[in-house]
Design a protein around this ligand. Structure first.
Ligand SMILES: [Zn+2]
Length: 422
């Protein structure tokens, strides 16, 4: 089996209910609108949908290529660091409906809790199972269109203003403003207050949730909000998209007022580290994450919400969301740096007269063309890629990308070299 060089890659489309009908099929050159929603295109070796590589032996799962020679395909350093697995999963995501509010664990917490759930004999397929693997799930994503999301707790003064301006929400914690003034600049007191507020939202009896949220939603329904940059818009939408049986209200709606509502411009990114409460609301993006399924949910979902476990995982840290603009790494590359050891995401602008060369010993890489057409070449061969097509480059493949005719845009997932991480 060929184990070095460039391999055309075919991803897996996930048809989750919240996905759009056009963006992903159009990118892949398939008929659209598609009959089924297309939420995510997965490019990687995740067990839930491994991509296929074109090899001289026909199409084989990327996992098979990796297993045939981990040291060569991944590079010896990556193979050792990540137990012979590709440590990242690259996605194209199209959110038509809102996704659940969620947070991901630290790696130490995931390892301990995975072992604990195994010991308790909770099946991996059990809907109440929280930890599907022993890994953390840091995520970075770059918006391809205007992209709305919730990201981390707002500064407490903003929360106080919201809880006072939105009259129905005052009952959530009537003395919040007063207690915030008492806390002043005492960081520990502020953290405790935030934790108490969120715990109250997540644990108060359902009747109390309804008594606060029903009048709010009914008021919003009388004059439907149209401004996507206001929490009211998403609260009204959440009430429509996540109705609970019996007319009850999803307490996840509180979080829309407690978290930073962010609108990313195309090309802007955020990083979700362990414990950051977040939700994707609408738009398309390129997302790169560690290979894990460990998600704790905090509402706006039909799936299990384990509040005590969520409270252990969420980081009660206030502040404005940090938006990563991307930094010019030269050579047509814009790098979206994060502290993650598993992955590195960058955007390449390739020009016909100015090819991109892979210049450092990172990798292995997955590339996806999002505009134009490129020719990828290395000592082992040449692959031509049209818009929407993808490539896997083994760690030892020093390749060049040349745009054909017009400038091309390519996103690249890679594993940072340990030098870059350190
Ligand atoms: Zn997430």
């Amino acid at each position: 089996m060929k184990t070095s060089g460039l391999f055309k890659l075919t991803g897996t489309v996930q048809h989750y209910d919240w996905g759009g009908f056009d963006f992903i099929p159009a990118l892949l050159g398939q008929p659209h609108p598609s009959p089924k929603p297309c939420a995510e295109l997965w490019l990687g070796a995740h067990a839930g949908g491994p991509s296929l590589v074109d090899s001289p032996d026909g199409a084989v799962p990327l996992t098979q290529l990796i297993n045939s020679s981990p040291d060569r395909v991944l590079g010896a350093a990556v193979a050792t660091r990540f137990q012979n697995t590709l440590p990242y999963l690259l996605k194209i995501l199209d959110a038509r409906k809102m996704l659940s509010i969620q947070a991901h664990p630290t790696i130490a917490h995931a390892q301990a809790e995975f072992a604990a759930e195994e010991a308790r004999g909770i099946a991996l397929s059990d809907p109440k199972r929280n930890y599907k693997d022993k890994n953390h799930k840091p995520e970075v994503h770059v918006a391809l269109t205007d992209f709305w999301m919730l990201h981390g707790f707002r500064p407490l003064e903003e929360i106080a203003a919201s809880l006072s301006d939105v009259v129905e929400l005052r009952a959530l914690m009537p003395d919040f403003g007063e207690r915030l003034s008492q806390a002043g600049h005492d960081a520990a007191a502020r953290t405790d207050l935030l934790r108490e507020l969120y715990a109250r939202a997540m644990t108060m009896p359902q009747a109390e949730v309804d008594s606060i949220l029903s009048p709010l939603i009914e008021r919003l329904e009388k004059q439907p909000p149209t401004n996507k940059d206001e929490p009211d818009f998403w609260a009204a939408r959440a009430a429509r998209e996540f109705p609970l049986p019996g007319g009850h209200r999803d307490r996840g709606i509180f979080s829309i007022y407690l978290l930073n509502l962010v609108r990313l411009q195309p090309g802007e990114a955020t990083y979700q580290s362990a414990g950051t409460l977040h939700a994707y609301l609408k738009g398309t993006n390129v997302e790169l994450m560690a290979n894990s399924d460990n998600v704790l949910r905090g509402g706006l979902t039909p799936k299990n919400v384990d509040v005590p476990e969520l409270m252990r995982v969420v980081r009660f840290e206030e502040g404005k969301a940090v938006i990563i603009p991307g930094q010019d790494a030269g050579n047509g590359e814009t790098l979206f740096s994060t502290p993650a050891e598993e992955f590195e995401l960058s955007r390449l602008e390739c020009l016909p007269e100015h090819p991109y060369h892979r210049t450092h010993q990172s990798g292995p890489d997955i590339l996806i063309v999002l505009k134009g057409e490129v020719v990828a070449s290395c000592a082992h061969g040449v692959v031509r890629l049209k818009n929407g097509e993808s490539l896997f480059a083994t760690q030892d493949a020093d390749y060049t990308l040349t745009a054909q005719g017009e400038p091309a845009t390519v996103f690249k997932a890679s594993v940072p070299s340990s030098r870059r991480v350190g």
